[in-house]
Ligand binder design. Structure first.
Ligand code: DI6
Ligand code: FE
Length: 407
C-alpha cells in the first residue's frame, strides 16, 4: 500500500473558505509535510493524485485554522461578583474607579505562581483550540510590575510550547495604573518604557506592545511614549483604543504604523481614514460589546467603505469578555455588528493573522503553513449562523492532525 506510506495527505470534495472567500467549486486539498502543497477543483481532479496520497477526509467545509488575534488568557481569579454588580447597574468604568475591574485581576495574578497561572490558562486555551483556533495572541497586563509582566509572558510562551498551537505574545504593561503609582501615572509610564519594554525585548518574551488608551487608563500622549519605546526596541505596536470614548488613540496608533487598532466602538471618520492610510487592521471585539451591554457600534460601514481590513477576536478575559468560544464571535460579529458571514470568517482567519503581523497564516494557499479546520457543515456561513459546539471534525496544526471530533 504505497499510498498509505505517502507523506502527502488529501482531503477531497471539501468546500473551501480560503481566508477571504468561499471558492466557487468543491476542492481537493493536498498537504505535504507542514505546508499546503496544492488545491485542485474537483472538476479537474485526477484519480492518480488520490493514489499518491493518504486520504484524510471527504466532504464538509475546510477553513484556515482560526486566528484569535486578541486575548487576555493568562490570569488568576474570577470576576463573577462584578458581573452581578453590572447587572445591578454599576458600570464597568465605575467598578474600575472603585479599584475593582482590571486591578482586581492584577491582585490575583500577582499572588499566583507561574505554574498556577499556566495550569489555569491551559483549559481556556484548550477551549479555544477545541473550537478551531490554531493561532492565538496572548497579552500580559495583569502584572503591572516588571517581574509580574514577564511572568505572564513566560506563561504565554510556555503554553505555546506545551500545546499544538501558535502563541503570539503581547506586552500590555500600560493596561491600568497599579496602586503603587497612584497619582503618578507618568512615573508608571516611565517604568513601562525604561524597564518593562527593554526587559521583555531583551528576553525575547514579547512579539508586540499594546496599550489601553482611555480615560480610565492612559492618555494619548502617554501611549505615544510607550509606542516610541517599543519602536526603539524593534517591537511592533497595537492599541486598545476608542473603546469607551473617542480620544483619538487610533489616529495616534496609525501614525506609529500600528498592526491594529482594537475595540474602536467610538472611532470617528478621521480615525477610519488614518487606519486606512497606515494599513492597520481594525480589530472588532463583539464579546466585550455584548458583555458590557454597550450601545455604541463600531463604524463598520465606514471601515468597509474605506477598505480597512476588519479582524474579529474573542478578547477572552475575566472582566469584559469572559467568552472562550471563537465561533460564538462569528455569530456575534454578524448579529451585533452586522458583518456578513464572509467578513466574520475573514476576520478570524486572514485579517486576524495580519493583525498579528503574520500574513502567511490564516489562509488556504499553496505554500502556506497547513493550519486547517475541517467542519461538519455544508457552507461556511453555517459557522456564523449556528452556535453549535462539536462541529469541528478535524483540526490540523502545522500539517498534523491535532484535535477535532472525528465521527
Ligand atoms: N479592554 C478590554 O476589553 C480588556 N482590557 C482592556 O483594556 C478587559 C480587561 C479586563 O476587564 O480585565
Ligand atoms: Fe482586550
Amino acid at each position: 500500500m504505497a499510498g498509505n506510506q505517502s507523506t502527502q495527505r488529501l482531503w477531497r470534495d471539501v468546500s473551501v473558505f480560503d481566508g477571504h472567500d468561499t471558492l466557487p467549486e468543491p476542492m481537493a486539498v493536498v498537504v505535504e509535510g507542514e505546508r499546503i502543497a496544492s488545491t485542485v477543483p474537483m472538476s479537474r481532479f485526477d484519480e492518480s493524485l488520490a493514489r499518491e496520497c493518504r486520504e484524510m477526509g471527504r466532504g464538509g467545509v475546510m477553513t484556515p485554522g482560526l486566528v484569535d488575534c486578541h486575548t487576555h488568557l493568562v490570569f488568576a481569579g474570577s470576576r463573577a461578583d462584578e458581573f452581578e454588580n453590572r447587572l445591578e447597574g454599576v458600570s464597568y468604568a465605575e467598578i474600575a474607579r472603585r479599584g475593582g475591574g482590571i486591578l482586581s485581576t492584577v491582585r490575583a495574578t500577582r499572588a499566583a505562581s507561574e505554574d498556577a497561572l499556566f495550569e489555569a490558562a491551559l483549559p481556556r486555551l484548550q477551549a479555544l483550540m477545541d473550537d478551531g483556533v490554531t493561532t492565538v495572541e496572548i497579552k500580559s497586563g495583569y502584572g503591572l510590575t516588571v517581574d509580574d509582566e514577564l511572568k505572564m509572558l513566560r506563561v504565554a510562551r510556555r503554553l505555546g510550547e506545551a500545546l499544538p498551537v501558535r502563541v503570539v505574545t503581547t506586552l500590555l504593561g500600560a493596561h491600568a495604573l497599579p496602586p503603587e503609582f497612584e497619582n503618578d501615572s507618568d512615573g508608571y509610564i516611565d517604568r513601562v518604557c525604561r524597564e518593562m519594554i527593554p526587559a521583555a525585548a531583551e528576553q525575547g518574551l514579547a512579539d508586540a506592545v499594546d496599550v489601553f488608551c482611555e480615560k480610565i487608563a492612559f492618555s494619548v500622549a502617554q501611549c505615544e511614549r510607550v509606542f516610541a519605546a517599543a519602536e526603539a526596541h524593534g517591537l511592533p505596536v497595537k492599541g486598545h483604543v476608542e473603546q469607551l470614548s473617542n480620544l483619538g488613540g487610533a489616529a495616534m496608533a496609525a501614525r506609529h504604523a500600528a498592526l491594529s487598532a482594537d475595540h474602536i466602538e467610538y472611532l470617528d471618520e478621521a480615525g477610519v481614514a488614518a487606519l486606512r492610510e497606515a494599513g492597520s487592521v481594525a480589530v472588532l471585539l463583539p464579546g466585550a460589546f455584548h458583555t458590557l451591554g454597550e450601545t455604541q457600534l463600531p463604524p463598520i460601514a465606514a471601515l468597509r467603505e474605506a477598505g480597512v481590513p476588519m479582524a474579529l477576536a474573542t478578547d477572552a478575559n475575566p472582566g469584559s469578555s469572559p467568552l472562550f468560544m471563537p465561533t460564538l464571535m462569528l455569530n456575534l460579529g454578524c448579529v451585533l455588528f452586522r458583518l456578513t458571514p464572509r467578513e466574520a470568517l475573514a476576520g478570524m482567519t486572514a485579517h486576524g493573522a495580519r493583525a498579528l503581523g503574520r500574513p502567511e497564516l490564516g489562509r488556504i494557499e499553496v505554500g502556506a503553513p497547513a493550519d486547517l479546520c475541517l467542519w461538519d457543515i455544508d457552507t461556511p456561513a453555517e459557522l456564523a449562523y449556528a452556535v453549535q459546539p462539536g462541529r469541528l471534525r478535524q483540526r490540523i496544526f502545522n500539517g498534523r492532525l491535532e484535535g477535532g471530533n472525528p465521527s
